[in-house]
Design a protein around this ligand. Structure first.
Ligand code: GUN
Length: 297
């Protein structure tokens, strides 16, 4: 039987609607509009598209969007100066520095200069540490979106076998931490794992975030597994031109899995929706108000 296709686009739009309601509530109750500052250094075309989209969706949810576009020649000290200014600005509740940064700028130094309370990407070492020790943290947006989709499918995840493919700081590691917190049995595989097929044959949940097009074959899956495909890869299409594919071969996987996210239209739209959710959460926390539970996990 064909797998259920998890519609990330409509899930994300429901999250954005909730975000807009909570924003309206903050405005009417305490007169505060949540604000998100996005910093883009250089002119990477993909980053420009993401940043524009983040700004548009922030405004559409009723929040303030502050965009800072800096030239590729910006020095690390200049960037750190801007972050210091944003940390001190009470109208800014969330700060996101778009990655990758130009060569010569130390990404870790920049990320760790962001106030942890405003780190809506959840990349600061303090947030990473809080997440891995089970404390309240800002959770990275893509894993947060993946977990929301898994919770929607299963409710309780405890005891399920989960394999996360990929060990990045942005997706793989925080995803594994979140699944552990849900009492899954978690295995982290990556590009050097030698027995992936064997691991997947017993996985109820597969989160693929390895950045290799069509890396996971449907034949390897446990029948009925839930597959969350974080990959977005552009490949040559058989008909000429290019097409977007995930890290999972959708056609073979959807014949074996119980549920699967498509690419595009799966995890992708959830990431920005969760960024907006994190910004609202940061604003509630900044004003010592009980935060909306549906916007976090
Ligand atoms: N570049 C690619 N993905 C991301 C992300 O989630 N956050 C930031 N800041 N930069 C990115």
């Amino acid at each position: 039987m064909a797998a259920d296709v998890i519609d990330g686009k409509s899930f994300a739009s429901r999250i954005r609607e909730s975000v807009a309601c909570y924003v309206a509530e903050l405005v009417s109750s305490i007169g505060v509009t949540p604000g998100l500052a996005v910093v883009l250094v250089g002119d990477d075309p993909a980053s420009q598209v993401y940043v524009r989209s983040k700004g548009q969706q922030t405004v559409a949810a009723g929040m303030n969007s502050f965009e800072h576009r800096l030239p590729a020649t910006t020095s690390q000290n200049e960037l750190l100066g801007l972050i210091e200014q944003l940390n001190a600005d009470a109208s800014v509740h969330g700060i996101l520095v778009q990655l990758p940064l130009p060569k010569g700028i130390d990404e870790s130094a920049v990320i760790n200069a962001i106030s942890p309370a405003k780190d809506v990407d959840g990349f600061h070492i303090s947030n990473a540490g809080m997440l891995s020790t089970g404390q309240k943290a800002m959770v990275p947006c893509t894993p947060l979106g993946c977990l929301m989709m898994l919770r929607q499918r299963y409710g309780d995840l405890s005891g399920l076998n989960a394999v996360v493919i990929g060990r990045s700081n942005i997706v793989g590691k925080p995803m594994a931490q979140l699944l552990l917190r849900e009492s899954c049995t978690v295995t982290v595989a990556h590009s050097r794992t030698t027995n992936l097929q064997q691991l997947l044959s017993d996985a109820d949940i597969v989160v693929a975030a390895v950045g290799k097009p069509l890396f996971v074959s449907g034949d390897w899956l446990k029948p009925g597994a839930t597959v969350i495909d974080v990959g977005i890869n552009r490949i040559e299409s058989a008909e000429g031109g290019t097409r977007l594919v995930g890290d999972v071969d959708f056609d073979s996987a959807s014949a074996k899995a119980g549920a699967i996210t498509p690419v595009p239209g799966g995890v992708g739209p959830m990431t920005i929706a969760c960024l907006l959710a994190n910004t609202v959460t940061a604003c509630y926390r900044a004003h010592s108000l009980p935060e909306p539970l549906e916007l976090s996990v």
